[in-house]
Write a protein that binds this ligand. Structure first.
Ligand code: FAD
Length: 514
């Protein structure tokens, strides 16, 4: 299809310079196998899961494959100030996959291009499209090969390229590192439109730059993801703590143990010490049948309590008493409130798709599509007690209308050659305030509170980084990257002298690089 008919409907909505004569230049040379949407058909690309920003792209490109992506980028690079953004499944919060008046490349249209099992010296990998959803990678790998990726996100309706551009973390990351630590090779269409294959040894600057690179080095069209044998079953357990120091001691103990001496998944969350169905006690038990005995809920007066969430993998053929014994052994040293334990057994796939079930319920209740002013932070172990005292126990003590995650990660499982910025200490916490505005404070209050939390972290000198970052100024980006800033900019300049960017990432415009 020729992009000859694109309308020039670019609006000057954010005061930023817009492409000049873009479409006519574009239309001269591109023949695409895929399709180009304009006008109302670009609506999907004008918003994201966050629901906070709305922009109008010039066109939504649905590429058939890498050649199409390459042609679009090459054509865009000939147009002054034309911007391009890859869109995975649009589950960003702050418009990271949008571009105002530019071209959005919808990577979902490439899902079926790659799906191949590789056996390299006895290690298994799956070669998948950057636009594939992780939930499809999971179900196909398990059903066809009995294998699965090792490191996940909590929710899997996200694309491979989208999470690899950030990090991809969940309760397995303490052992295997984030998803970006579990990739052996990428195919990337750079900002120059070159189709390049990269790995630790082949074009390593592009490989490590793109992992956690916020979509700034090019577009990931294929990824080779490490696999392991998939377990059949998971025992999913929640235990409750009244004291933060006991919660963190146990969580850190579990993530620091050697393989085989800990659970297979470790996460945690904060909840309110009240009977609010969303923010409080009723949200904690894993199912009504195995609910907590309300009689032993501590009357300590603390505003918030802590839930450690762990999971143990096993096979269908394992004897129940063997599983019980192994789990009891792992729980034994933990100091949770006796009796405040809830557990369920479910298949491995059901466990990994657990948030999808919550999504279905939230959609039925009309909550899922509400705005989501989420805040994700990585906070050093040395500062997490201060954070608890000020943020959890005071600022958000009445809840946020959604989950408040907190769990430790190990820096040594992350590769410091990637682009992702982390706190300095070996153990740091992921803290996620996952707000659903329809049932908590308003959007304005939520955004203001997020800002207040970040400003407090800066003022107090906490060792922290934003995860899924979004900033408005170059100075903020420089502070975010710290001593990795120069490396990031130099790497980016060598692969992407033009702008592949999103509204919240406008430091990366060519004016700053050339
Ligand atoms: P998009 O939002 O479409 O894009 C994200 C960024 O990646 C943009 O900058 C975009 O330009 C770029 N990009 C997209 N595709 C490509 C590509 N192929 N090549 C290069 N760049 C690309 N994250 C976690 O780590 N752990 C979690 O447990 C977790 N849970 C989540 C639960 C929910 C309900 C939601 C909404 C988000 C969650 N996230 C989690 C965050 C999620 O990982 C990021 O928002 C991710 O970017 C979304 O993926 P996406 O495919 O929708 O990407």
């Amino acid at each position: 299809m020729r992009i000859a008919y694109l309308d020039r409907t670019v609006h000057e909505t954010d005061g930023e310079p817009k492409p000049n004569g873009g479409v006519s230049t574009l239309s001269k040379s591109i023949d695409l196998q895929g399709s180009v949407e304009t006008g109302d058909k670009t609506t999907i690309a004008s918003k994201d899961f966050g629901g906070l920003y709305s922009t109008k792209p010039l066109a939504l490109i649905k590429p058939a494959g890498s050649d199409d992506v390459s042609r679009v980028i090459k054509a865009a690079s000939r147009i002054p100030r034309m911007t391009v953004a890859a869109r995975g499944n649009g589950h960003s919060i702050n418009g990271q996959a949008m571009t105002n008046g530019g071209l959005v490349i919808d990577m979902r249209s490439t899902e079926e291009n790659h799906f191949r099992l590789l056996n390299i010296n006895g290690s298994f990998f799956i070669d998948v499209s950057g636009g594939a959803l992780w939930e499809n990678v999971l179900t196909r790998c398990v059903s066809r090969f009995g294998l699965a990726p090792r490191s996940w996100t909590d929710y899997l309706s996200l694309t491979v390229g989208g999470t690899l551009s950030n990090a991809g973390v969940s309760g397995q990351a303490f052992r295997y590192g984030p998803q970006i630590s579990n990739v052996a090779e990428l195919e990337i269409i750079t900002g120059k439109g070159d189709i390049m294959v990269c790995s630790e040894t082949r074009n390593p600057e592009l490989f490590f730059g793109s992992l956690g690179g916020l979509g700034q080095f090019g577009i990931i069209t294929r990824a080779m993801v490490k696999l392991q044998p998939a377990p059949d079953m998971v025992r999913w357990i929640r235990v409750v703590y009244t004291e933060f120091d006991e919660f963190t001691r146990d969580a850190e103990f579990l993530v620091s143990r050697d393989d085989g001496e800990s659970f297979d998944y470790v996460e945690g969350f904060v909840f309110c010490n009240n009977d609010d169905p969303v923010n409080g006690w009723p949200s904690v038990p894993l199912d009504p049948v195995h609910g907590f005995n309300q009689g032993i809920i501590p009357q300590t007066g603390a505003s918030v309590l802590y839930c450690l969430e762990v999971a143990f993998h096993y096979q269908k053929g394992d004897h129940p008493s063997t599983v019980d014994k192994a789990v009891a052994g792992l729980l034994k040293p933990l100091r949770f409130v006796e009796g405040l334990k809830s557990q369920v057994d479910l298949s491995y796939v059901e466990f990994l798709l657990r948030v999808k079930r919550a999504e279905e319920q939230a959609k039925a209740n009309g909550i899922w599509d509400a705005p989501h002013p989420w805040l994700n932070l990585f906070i050093s172990k040395s500062d997490i007690v201060d954070f608890d005292q000020t943020v959890f126990k005071k600022m958000v003590k009445d809840g946020i209308g959604g989950p408040m995650l907190i769990y430790p990660l190990m820096r040594s499982k992350w590769d410091n050659r990637t682009s992702v910025a982390l706190p300095d200490s070996e153990i740091f916490y992921l803290v996620a305030l996952l707000r659903f505005v329809s049932r908590g404070p308003s959007v304005e209050e939520s955004v203001a509170q997020n800002r207040e939390i970040v400003e407090w972290c800066i003022r107090e000198g906490l060792d922290f980084k934003l995860y899924l970052p979004h900033y408005q100024s170059k100075e903020q980006w420089k502070r975010h990257f710290g001593n990795q800033w120069t490396r990031f900019v130099e790497r980016k300049a060598s692969f992407d002298p033009m702008a592949i960017l999103a509204p919240g990432q406008n430091i990366f415009k060519r004016t700053h690089l050339s």
